[in-house]
Design a protein around this ligand. Structure first.
Ligand code: MF3
Ligand code: CO
Ligand code: CO
Length: 261
């Protein structure tokens, strides 16, 4: 394994920054709740993006994805075999689709980032299991986010759970430090080695956002749009994401609104 970052570039946030990031994160989380009733068969992903964009702006936040390295929309909406970075557009949702909506807010210069899965109508048992295991993978990652623990244990435990359930973990896309910028150190891999990487400290804020595949782990990027990442075998992929704060006790999930994560 190559030399690994010691963690010296990881920003430890102060109280004021934490409260700013918390407020931004809460708007991101509420956006995902607000869009939920609109996720149904027949609506386009562009329409869902519009709902998200309006909600963020109505609450004083700027959508961080718009214009980020040229990304064209206010959210990412990834359906079925799309792993992440699906661009909202003319696709109409169908019964049985599984959908990830990912939003990132900027409020007073502070960033919050979260995503979750939605089911359109009745989805297969297999899809339900993939979604449930992916949700559990995020929870397991959050449980590992304790001061004194190695960062690598997050990905080690996430991947172990995915594999034990017959799924695979995407390694091309990772969680990330966040708060004063969209993407900061550290990189939070969802498949990693036990006991490696920086030691977690109170005041660190990063996302955990496992992408779990029903088939092979590999991703391929759409050649035409340069963004959409799909599974190479066309099988389903699911993702959940939270922005979390390392504390002296259990991690504080900044993008959780009602303790339901
Ligand atoms: N929100 C995504 C993440 O979780 C990043 C999207 S970047 C974009 O890190 F440019 F694709 F929007
Ligand atoms: Co993220
Ligand atoms: Co995100």
């Amino acid at each position: 394994m190559a030399f690994r970052e010691s963690g010296s570039k990881i920003i430890i946030k102060n109280k004021e920054q934490i409260e700013g990031i918390r407020l931004s994160s809460q708007i991101a989380a509420k956006t995902l709740i607000a869009v939920a009733p609109f996720v149904k068969a027949g609506v386009t992903t562009a329409y869902l993006n519009q709902i998200c964009a309006t909600f963020m702006r109505d609450h004083g936040a700027k959508p961080a994805t718009l214009g980020y390295h040229g990304y064209p929309k206010e959210s990412c909406i990834s359906v079925n075999d799309v792993i992440c970075h699906g661009i909202p557009g003319t696709y109409e949702l169908r019964d049985g689709d599984i959908v990830n909506i990912d939003v990132t807010t900027i409020l007073n210069g502070f960033y919050g980032d979260t995503s979750k899965m939605y089911e359109v109508g009745e989805v297969s048992m297999h899809a339900k299991k993939l979604i449930q295991i992916t949700r559990e993978c995020l929870r397991i990652g959050i449980e590992q986010s304790i001061a004194g623990n190695h960062l690598g244990n997050i990905g080690y435990c996430i991947n172990k759970h995915a594999v034990a359930n017959g799924f695979s973990t995407v390694y091309e896309f990772c969680g990330h430090g966040i708060g004063l910028n969209f993407h900061e150190e550290p990189e939070v891999c969802h498949i990693d080695e036990k006991g490696t990487g920086p030691i977690l400290k109170p005041g660190m804020i990063f996302t955990i956002e496992p992408m779990i595949n029903a088939g092979k782990a590999r991703a391929k990027i759409d050649k035409k749009d340069g963004w959409t990442a799909r599974t190479i075998d066309g099988k389903l992929s699911a993702q959940f994401e939270h922005t979390i704060l390392v504390t002296d006790g259990v991690a504080d999930v900044l993008t959780d609104v009602d303790g339901s994560f």
